[in-house]
Design a protein around this ligand. Structure first.
Ligand SMILES: NC(=O)c1ccc[n+]([C@@H]2O[C@H](COP(=O)([O-])OP(=O)(O)OC[C@H]3O[C@@H](n4cnc5c(N)ncnc54)[C@H](OP(=O)(O)O)[C@@H]3O)[C@@H](O)[C@H]2O)c1
Length: 242
């Protein structure tokens, strides 16, 4: 690995969208730190990514646990620094009307979907500052669309969106950028959980977003600071700019 090798952390990279993002980064020569709770799945992903990436360090554990977050950052430090933090790991929680939602479950959803990305950002900023790096926070159209049944998950993504925009403003002076990406509907485990027992084969696989990621990682982070991108929509700014 050369001193100029770029380094990324991708949370939730053992499957689904996170694994697709990690594959794109590996093909672009990034060294990677990847996270997820299932150690076996994470090791398999690391073995696959290693065929392209100069170094892949899997860090298994729940993103809500402080030692896990510290290990992710420590792994990036071992690789030499950090250019990119992708906060992708997320949980959906139960789908259903708010009037019967078990409110204490917000106490799980917010720490996973909002607290952990913010904690990780706080730990990562010193490393990202050294390399004028980028934070990518994965959001959803549920953050804005008020879909019936999706309120609690949507609320966590709405909170993540506001925090990301605020971070983009606060971190600008130190040269760190932050953006939001809504990947659109994809055929993943999370999406199947939202529609148990239903056929979701009409949704595209997460690989459909690969062209977007290649475009995004070609950009100067400071030129896209604070923006929100939709990875699958043909009328979005990223396609107009591409
Ligand atoms: N699929 C869609 O249609 C869709 C649409 C819009 C937005 N999104 C967003 O896209 C992102 C990726 O979702 P996906 O569809 O790819 O889901 P997925 O296939 O279920 O993958 C989620 C990943 O996050 C990890 N993860 C989940 N909870 C974790 C925790 N507490 N600690 C550590 N790792 C955790 C999972 O690994 P372990 O289970 O082993 O921990 C897995 O690697 C999420 O932010 C989601 O909100 C998805």
């Amino acid at each position: 690995m050369s001193e100029r090798t770029r380094i990324a952390i991708v949370t939730g990279a053992s499957r689904g969208l996170g694994l697709v993002i990690a594959r794109v980064l590996a093909a672009r020569g990034y060294a990677l730190v990847i996270g997820g709770r299932d150690r076996g799945a994470l090791d398999l992903a690391a073995a696959e990514l290693s065929s392209h990436s100069p170094a892949v360090l899997p860090v298994a554990g729940d993103i809500t646990e402080p030692p896990v977050r510290a290990n992710l950052i420590q792994a990036a430090r071992r690789l030499g620094g950090l250019d990119l933090l992708v906060n992708n790991a997320s949980e959906l929680g139960p789908i259903g009307p708010l009037t019967s939602f078990d409110v204490p479950r917000l106490g799980r959803l917010f720490p996973v979907n909002v607290g952990a990305p913010l904690f990780l950002t706080q730990l990562a900023v010193p490393l990202l500052t050294d390399r004028r790096g980028l934070i990518v926070n994965i959001t959803s159209d549920a953050a804005t669309a008020a879909y019936p049944g999706w309120g609690p998950y949507g609320a966590t993504k709405a909170a993540l969106e506001l925090l990301t925009r605020t971070l983009a403003t606060e971190l600008g002076e130190q040269g760190v950028s932050a953006v939001l990406v809504d990947p659109g509907d994809m055929r993943t485990r999370m999406h199947q959980e939202a529609f148990p027992g239903e056929d979701i084969s009409d949704r595209p696989l997460p690989e459909v977003t690969a062209p977007f990621w290649n475009w995004l990682f070609d950009q100067n982070p400071e030129d896209i600071r604070g923006e929100r991108f939709a990875a699958q929509h043909e009328d979005t700014r990223w396609l107009q700019r591409a």
